[in-house]
Write a protein that binds this ligand. Structure first.
Ligand code: NAP
Length: 248
C-alpha cells in the first residue's frame, strides 16, 4: 500500500520542496497550508501532473479543531497515515527581546510550538502500535537558531525551535517501542519567503559569507534530509537532529 505523508506548511518553501520530493519517492502527500490556497494547489497540481497522489488541505496548526480536521481529511483523501513532517513555522521582524510584545509571542508560540505538539499527538494516536497503528515516522523542522539563539534578532523564534528540539528528543524515546521514529532537521539560512516575513528579504545573501560553505541553502537540500529521515534507510535513527546549515 502507498505510504501517506502529511506535511504542514507545504504551500511554499521547504514544505513545498519536501512535498514534491516525497511524491517523486512514491509517497501520497497531504499538502497543508494556512492562507495561500493557490500556492498549495499549484504544488498538488504539479505532483498530479507527474503521476503522483496529493491533496491540498487548509488548516491553522495553532488551532486544535483545524488540526483534528486536517488529520481526518488526510486519511479520508489518501488512506491511513504513515508519517508527519511538522514544517509550518513563522518568523517575525528582527528586534531585541526588550522591544517584543506579548501578541508577537502568542502567535510565535502558537504556530511554532503548540502546532507541532498538536500534530505530534494526532500522529502518535494513529501510528502507535500500542494504539493499534502500524508505526511510522515524524520529522520536526527546527532551525540552527535553536543552537545559536539569534541574539538581537529573534530570540523568541530560537526559543521555540529549542522547545521543538526537546520535544523531538523526548517523544522519540517515549514512542520508540511503539514503532515510531521521531527526528528533526535544523536548517540554516535557506532561500525562502520566510526572511521577508522577518523583515529582511535579502537576508540570506547578506549573511552568506559567514557560512562555512559560503552560500545559502536551497529548500530542496533540506527536503532531501527530511526524506532520508522518513525513509527506511534511517530505520535505526531516532531522537536525532540533523543540521542542514552549510557548516554553520
Ligand atoms: P515559508 O516559505 O515562509 O513557508 C511557511 C509555510 O508555513 C507556508 O506554507 C505557510 O502557509 C505555512 N504556515 C504558516 N503559518 C501556518 C499555520 N499557522 N498553520 C499552517 N501552516 C502555516 O517558510 P520556510 O522558510 O519554508 O520554513 C519552513 C520551516 O523551516 C519553518 O518551520 C521554519 O522555521 C524552518 N526554517 C526555515 C529556515 C529558512 O532559512 N528559510 C531556516 C531554519 C528553519 P501559507 O503559504 O498558506 O501562508
Amino acid at each position: 500500500m502507498q505510504k501517506v505523508l502529511l506535511i504542514t506548511g507545504a504551500s511554499r518553501g521547504i514544505g513545498a520542496a519536501t512535498a514534491s520530493l516525497a511524491a517523486r519517492r512514491g509517497w501520497a502527500v497531504a499538502v497543508n497550508y494556512h492562507r495561500q490556497h493557490d500556492a498549495a494547489q499549484a504544488v498538488v497540481d504539479a505532483i498530479r501532473a507527474d503521476g503522483g497522489r496529493a491533496v491540498a488541505l487548509a488548516g491553522d496548526v495553532a488551532s486544535e479543531a483545524d488540526v483534528l480536521r486536517l488529520f481526518a481529511d488526510t486519511e479520508a483523501a489518501l488512506g491511513p497515515l504513515s508519517a508527519l513532517v511538522n514544517n509550518a513555522g513563522v518568523l517575525a521582524p528582527q528586534m531585541p527581546l526588550a522591544d517584543m510584545d506579548v501578541v508577537r509571542w502568542q502567535r510565535m508560540l502558537a504556530t511554532n510550538v503548540l502546532g507541532p505538539l498538536l500534530c505530534c499527538r494526532e500522529a502518535v494516536r494513529r501510528l502507535s502500535t500500542r494504539l493499534g497503528g502500524q508505526g511510522g515516522a515524524i520529522v520536526n523542522v527546527s532551525s540552527a537558531a535553536a543552537r545559536l539563539g539569534s541574539p538581537g534578532e529573534y530570540v523568541d523564534y530560537a526559543a521555540c525551535k529549542g522547545a521543538l528540539d526537546t520535544l523531538t528528543l523526548g517523544l522519540a524515546k517515549e514512542v520508540a517501542a511503539e514503532g515510531i521514529r521521531v527526528n528533526g532537521v535544523r536548517p540554516g539560512f535557506i532561500y525562502t519567503d520566510m526572511h521577508a516575513d522577518g523583515g529582511e528579504p535579502g537576508r540570506v545573501d547578506r549573511v552568506k559569507a559567514g557560512i562555512p560553505l559560503q552560500r545559502g541553502g536551497q529548500p530542496e537540500e533540506v527536503a532531501a534530509a527530511i526524506l532520508w529521515l522518513l525513509s527506511d534507510e534511517a530505520s535505526f535513527t531516532t531522537g536525532h537532529m540533523l543540521d542542514v546549515a552549510g557548516g554553520r
